[in-house]
Design a protein around this ligand. Sequence first.
Ligand code: M6R
Length: 364
Amino acid sequence: QTVADPMAAREDGRRFAHHTRREIAEQPEALAATDAALKGLALPPDVVACDRFTVIACGSSLFAGATAREAIERAAGVTVDLEIASEFRDRAAPPRGIAILISQSGETADTIAAMARFRAAGLSTIGMVNVRESVIGRTAELVWPISAGQEIGVAATKSFTAQLLALMRFGIALGEARGTGDAAFRTRLARALDDLPRICTEAEAMEPIARILAERIAGEEEALFIGRGWGAALAQEGALKLKELSYIRAEGYPSGELKHGPIAVIREGSPVIVCTPGDAGQAKVLANASAVAARGAHLVALTDVGGAEAAAATAAETITMPGDALVAPFAQAVFLQLLAYHTAVVLGHDVDRPRNLAKSVTVE
Ligand code: M6R
């Protein structure tokens, strides 16, 4: 249970200067709570019969959907499309399949408007919300709860990793119910997810490294985050977190797209953070990263034990997060949150209430 005072002592005696920092620390409990809330939830027949889902969301919630997409598609053998809610609401294309509406608040106006298009077409909606008593929580045909506990800081932190977990558990449940997808992958993923509270605790312990990197990033005017597959989505989330908390221009980009334009911005010393896992896709992202390093970029690779050696051969700095490639999106997300948080602290910004932003965006 989150308490309103960030300075209130936790059970482990820790106190925090900001809600955002406290909420980063709450991820082990939040993820355990997500799993507890999902236990025993069954999928209705229309969901089990469906093989095409559309994730619709905004901001970090959209990036959570994009980060988990690969895992859901592989676990369940279904197609997952992604739609930015603020764009989708005005599209002419008729909605198809079942919508997965991801929203921490459950009150985001654009996501609610996108949901209305599915409902008007007589199609089912699944609400992945943190606030159960919200418009999306009350009206979706199926609620697949996030249950991360109250999030006060404007930046999504524990709700992001809880959304990732809820989405991956959904993929596993769907694959099992349908009998489609990669069964061996489901078993490995389910086991890896059971270990997330420990992984997130260990990832948070990497804070001193995040703080050192933050001190450097605080002196930069811009930063680029890159990756492939889920790493590209996580790169976008890392860039969003840095922008929103530190006000530094940051961009998250699929590394394979750099050569189609963005590589032109690279100068001597440009900071580039590479989200890379130690899996079969690593060689490609590192090849793209070497191309930016050859133009003078300073590469910082975020990886796991299995990817550390290859990353170190390419990047100027390698940060090895706990756990394997299956849980890498979670471990790397925690690090990126700490990086953004400490950059904002170094710059003296209001971390819990960044300028121009609201926790819940209830206008179009
Ligand atoms: O409540 P929602 O998840 O629908 O909110 C969506 C976005 O406004 C939200 O994720 C926003 O991008 C975060 N503040 C980013 O940290």
